[in-house]
Design a protein around this ligand. Structure first.
Ligand code: HEC
Length: 106
């Protein structure tokens, strides 16, 4: 039993250490880039090209007019055909890192 608890404690520590060092670029690559990488073959980039008609970039990481809170809201609620993402997919720590990555050009 003691061994089990030690193992459990060790894995909890490992999990929180991982969350604390969440890498926004990696989260973006995994969850967002399939739809939001540059190029209209990506459905998110394509949709934003049509939506903003060149008024602003269709590549969300070029945007300088949105806050991290806005990015988090989009990720948690989804918009139009973009799905929302659960905490089991993107944790709060990963979402913070992701939002800061997306708005990094500010
Ligand atoms: C399955 C494809 C898909 C995935 C995966 C996806 N998106 Fe989207 N996203 C879209 C589409 C399509 C739109 C345009 C929706 C519309 O027409 O308003 C969009 C729009 C957005 C917008 C802009 C909304 C606006 O017009 O102001 C943001 C910000 C955004 N996505 C962030 C993200 C982030 C961050 C991720 C990764 C967690 C992500 N998206 C993952 C498809 C996707």
């Amino acid at each position: 039993m003691k061994t089990l608890l030690t193992l459990l404690a060790a894995s909890l520590v490992a999990t929180s250490a991982q969350a604390a060092t969440a890498d926004g670029a990696q989260v973006f690559e995994k969850w967002c880039a399939p739809c939001h990488a540059p190029g209209i073959e990506h459905p998110g980039t394509h949709a934003l090209e049509a939506k903003y008609k060149g008024v602003k970039s269709s590549f969300i990481t070029d945007w300088t007019d949105v806050t991290p809170e806005y990015v988090k809201l989009m990720v948690r609620t989804g918009i139009s055909v973009m799905p929302h993402f659960r905490k089991t997919e993107i944790s709060d720590a990963e979402l913070n890192a992701l939002a800061n990555y997306v708005i990094r050009k500010h």
